[in-house]
Design a binder for this molecule. Structure first.
Ligand SMILES: [Zn+2]
Length: 76
């Protein structure tokens, strides 16, 4: 079963969760379902380049482009 990393737009936190059949998970911190799935490859790029935490890296505009499906903006 796949484990995906998500970013909560409401409280700006990242979390990992197990997803079954395309369900949208709720944020464990605030229970919001206003979340976006992060591409794991993109997360690694963000972490590797800046040495930042995942949450901090995903808070940048670079990673919102990533969750929209384009990873090209995520390499900086
Ligand atoms: Zn949240």
């Amino acid at each position: 079963m796949p484990i995906y990393e998500y970013h909560c737009k409401k409280c700006d936190k990242n979390f990992e969760t197990l997803v079954m059949g395309g369900d949208v998970p709720a944020c464990p911190a605030c229970k919001s379902t206003d979340v976006s799935r992060l591409m794991s490859a993109c997360g690694f790029v963000s972490k590797g380049k800046g040495g930042e935490t995942t949450a901090k890296a995903a808070g940048t505009s670079a990673c919102s482009g990533c969750s929209a499906g384009s990873c090209s903006s995520c390499g900086h």
